[in-house]
Design a protein around this ligand. Structure first.
Ligand SMILES: *Cc1c(COP(=O)(O)O)cnc(C)c1O
Length: 353
């Protein structure tokens, strides 16, 4: 006898990257930001701690939504906050998808979409990308009947960014295109929600996270930007107090300090160029990333050995494996850390061979 729902009984569950609890690791496996958050975040949290933790947080996140709305040049009713953008993805699934309906995503990409679809009892379709990470010719037709098409842009684990025209052509006929812009701030030409203002904007949702570019993975904060008609439905689904008083204060302060975020993302972009160049020098193929990580493969296919060898040296990168129609694709995803960390991993890769 199983006490579980059959769907839960059968599913494997999502496996997040390793988070070693002891120090001494060079941690380049979960795309955290190597630089600290803005000092204004710490001030805001400190102030909040001295305030009123005995009362519930603002369920409407009024102040946060005002600041986020300014950033995207929309009204505050276009913004919905979440306990990490992963929670926003859950809210989207529960708002727009019924049991048995179709959810799609490119493949390889972020594997959480499939887990969320499984929990909801939806059908999940992987749209397999071309070897150069472009969309297959059939993508538009495959995506058409989806209730949600999730697209990380730039993509993970590859780091490439697709064109606006590509994305607009993929909007499902009776569904929503969710642009997961977790890495939007790391692009050479950052996103600013432009597609939301096109005439297809009423079927688009952009999601953002404070975990990567704002160095706040430990705070758990993300948000959605979408037309108020879509946001109002999502608001019915979300828990009233899904964001707590401290995370709201931290996220609001972080968004207000754009200079801090811009400075850090600029440093990461510079380190990224160096990492890509040096990986190629070492004989790897590395994607021209628009994110804070680099996907690389080697023609000798010894990715797992290198991952293990790095781990022995207390350097954690992400070893990833994807089953494709024509076999398996695997490779290493390396987070762009500080210059020192990246030099360390490059030296180790050289030594390992
Ligand atoms: C990191 C990441 C997220 C999750 O962000 P959180 O706000 O930390 O939940 C969502 N989507 C993609 C593609 C990511 O890489």
């Amino acid at each position: 006898m199983s006490l579980f729902r059959p769907l839960v009984q059968q599913m494997a569950g999502y496996t997040p990257g390793e988070q070693p609890q002891e120090s001494g690791w060079v941690k380049l496996n979960t795309n955290e930001n190597a630089y600290p958050p803005s000092p204004r975040v710490l001030e805001a949290v400190q102030q909040t701690l001295e305030g009123r933790l005995n009362i519930y947080p603002d369920p409407l996140a009024t102040e946060f939504r005002k600041v986020a709305a300014e950033l995207f040049q929309v009204d505050p009713d276009w913004i919905l906050p979440g306990n990490g953008s992963d929670e926003v993805l859950t809210i989207l699934m529960r708002t727009f998808v019924d049991q048995g309906q179709l959810v799609s995503a490119p493949y390889p990409s972020y594997t959480l979409y499939e887990t969320l679809a499984e929990i909801q009892g939806a059908r999940f379709q992987k749209i397999q990308l071309n070897p150069d990470w472009s969309w297959p010719a059939s993508a538009q037709q495959l995506a058409a009947d989806s209730k949600i098409l999730f697209v990380p842009n730039p993509n993970a684990p590859s780091g490439n960014r697709w064109s606006d025209a590509d994305l607009l052509s993929l909007i499902p006929s009776q569904g929503v295109l969710v642009l997961d812009e977790a890495y939007g701030d790391f692009c050479d030409q950052p996103h600013q929600g432009e597609l939301l203002k096109t005439d297809r904007g009423n079927q688009l949702v952009v999601t953002r996270t404070l975990s990567k570019s704002y160095s706040l993975a430990g705070i758990r904060f993300g948000f959605a930007v979408a037309h108020p008609d879509l946001i109002s439905g999502m608001r019915k689904v979300k828990d009233s107090y899904n964001c707590n008083t401290l995370s709201l204060a931290a996220a609001t302060a972080a968004l207000k300090d754009q200079d801090w975020m811009q400075e850090n993302t600029a440093k990461i972009r510079a380190t990224r160029s160096y990492l890509i160049e040096q990986l190629r020098h070492l004989g790897f193929e590395a994607v021209d990333s628009q994110t804070n990580f680099v996907w690389c493969t080697h023609s000798d296919r010894e990715h797992e050995r290198r991952y293990q060898e790095l781990k022995r040296r207390k350097i954690l990168v992400r070893y990833m494996q994807f089953s494709l129609e024509e076999g398996t694709l695997d490779g290493l995803r390396i987070t762009v850390g500080t210059d020192a960390e990246i030099q360390h991993v490059l030296d180790a890769l050289q030594e390992i061979g």
